[in-house]
Ligand binder design. Structure first.
Ligand code: UGA
Length: 437
């Protein structure tokens, strides 16, 4: 079986490398020539643990990378669409890339003898499958279910754990209209995943909605625990982690995604929540809970700035050390990172920023250039600082101690992820979700 993957972001490239390193013949396509050339040399265009070594293994086996979408359409039995779906300026989803890919697939299919199964893995709002079906049918002059198969097949992998999740997904969702196509894709997955995985077989619009419901629920859990954390900050002695641990034991709640922090970031949760809110209003619904989740999340960073202002009196010319720039650990991705939002707000208040991160300095420089300073050395980042804020839970921040903080001018530490232990420190220590300073 020959597999085509269109779009080499986190999902597409991880999937391509996983399949090809396991012997599948894979053709991965991207419209960006620079990215294609990098991947062809075995270099991942972004940092993702295990991906580079898997990619090199895949290239030695049966992974081919190119910009030639026609080849995919003419030769592949199974085609996965994994292109990006960013937000449009009005907060709704921008489906242009998915539609453009569908146009090209349709045009090529018109003159092709191939009858591939096309699976939409990109995150798309309900009814997109229908729109794509219409484009494919119009361009190819063939009927879905006959000249090609079409299914919605959302994915649930996490950045930083993309390879682990690609090999061991917790679920496979397939939304389709004809059984032959659904069963074809299911059989493919059953061959690839030897472990038993729950399969949810449904219609396309439900599959599309599952993805949004999933990410929105994760965002809801985070905003819930952040709200509890904020309440704890006004109750001496309370500890949000102990509360999360206790409620997480209740099987109806589960312990995951209950880590209070500076708010969620990244290229998925903020975007998907916003897209669902926008979609809801288009279908005549007012999603008040989702809006509250979003508001709690954006307030989280504002609360941090207010707190710093209160303790340091004014932020003007204060030297602030930001520890962690990526939206999560084990990633160099700064898209919608709360650290980036915090830095913007602090710069507006006249603060001077020195930023530290083991992986994400390059991407942060693309945002701020020389408006802020950067350091890969923790001691340099802390030197003469008025306040250090732990934003991303990189392991090394949990090892910081009194000796490290001695170089600071003013030892105010704000620990949004509770990586340090208050009792062991001789500093003014404030942690999100612990009682007042
Ligand atoms: C998220 C989902 O977790 C994946 O299942 C989904 O496939 C993916 O989006 C997607 O739609 O492609 P990801 O964006 O990689 O994955 O990151 P998460 O692990 O969900 O973390 C998102 C943010 O929430 C991070 O800023 C993280 O620090 C924060 N977070 C997470 C918390 O503040 N507390 C938690 O308990 C968990």
């Amino acid at each position: 079986m020959k597999v085509g993957i269109i779009g080499t972001g986190f999902v597409g490239l991880s999937f391509a490398a996983a399949l090809a390193s396991n012997g599948y013949s894979v053709l991965a396509i991207d419209s960006n020539k620079k990215i294609v050339s990098k991947i062809g040399q075995g270099i991942s265009p972004f940092y993702e643990p295990q991906l580079s070594s898997l990619l090199r293994k895949a290239l030695k086996k049966s992974l081919k990378v190119s910009t030639d979408i026609e080849k995919v359409v003419n030769e592949c039995d199974l085609i996965f669409i994994t292109v990006g779906t960013p937000l449009a300026d009005d907060g709704s989803i921008n489906l242009n890339s998915v539609k453009e890919v569908a146009e090209k697939i349709g045009q090529t299919l018109a003159a092709s003898k191939n009858r591939p199964i096309i699976a939409i893995k990109s995150t798309v709002v309900p009814n997109t499958n229908y729109t794509i079906k219409k484009i494919l049918e119009k361009r190819s002059n063939k009927k879905s279910g006959k000249g090609f198969g079409l299914v919605s097949n959302p994915e649930f992998l996490r950045e930083g754990k993309a390879i682990e999740d690609t090999f061991n997904p917790h679920i496979v969702v397939i939304g389709g209209e004809d059984n032959k196509t659904i069963n074809g894709l299911k059989k493919f997955y059953e061959g690839f995943y030897r472990e038993k995985i729950p399969y949810i077989i449904t219609n396309p619009q439900t599959a599309e909605m599952i993805k949004y419901a999933n990410n929105s629920f994760l965002a809801t859990k985070i905003s819930f625990i952040n709200q509890i954390a904020n309440i704890c900050q006004s109750v001496p002695g309370t500890n949000v982690d102990n509360i999360a641990k206790a409620i997480g034991i209740d099987p109806r709640i589960s312990p995951l995604f209950l880590k209070a922090g500076p708010g969620y970031g990244g290229s998925c949760l903020p975007k998907d929540l916003q897209a669902l809110i926008s979609f809801s209003s288009k279908v005549g619904q007012n999603p008040t809970l989702l809006k509250a989740v979003q508001k709690i999340n954006s307030d989280q960073v504002t609360n941090l700035v207010s707190f710093m202002k209160k303790i340091l009196c004014s932020l003007k010319n204060k030297r602030i050390t930001i520890l962690g720039l990526s939206f999560k650990e084990d990633s160099d991705d700064v898209r919608e990172s709360v650290s980036i939002k915090l830095i913007k707000m602090l710069l507006n208040k006249g603060a001077k920023i020195i930023a530290h991160d083991p992986m994400a300095i390059k991407n942060t420089k693309a945002v701020f250039g020389n408006k802020i300073s950067y350091s890969k050395s923790l001691s340099e980042a802390l030197e003469n600082s008025d306040c250090a804020v732990i934003m991303t839970p990189w392991k090394q921040y949990g090892k910081l101690n009194n000796v490290d903080f001695q170089v600071m001018k003013n030892t105010l530490i704000i620990d949004t992820r509770r990586m340090l232990t208050k009792k062991k420190l001789n500093v003014k220590y404030h942690a999100v979700g612990l009682g007042p300073v």
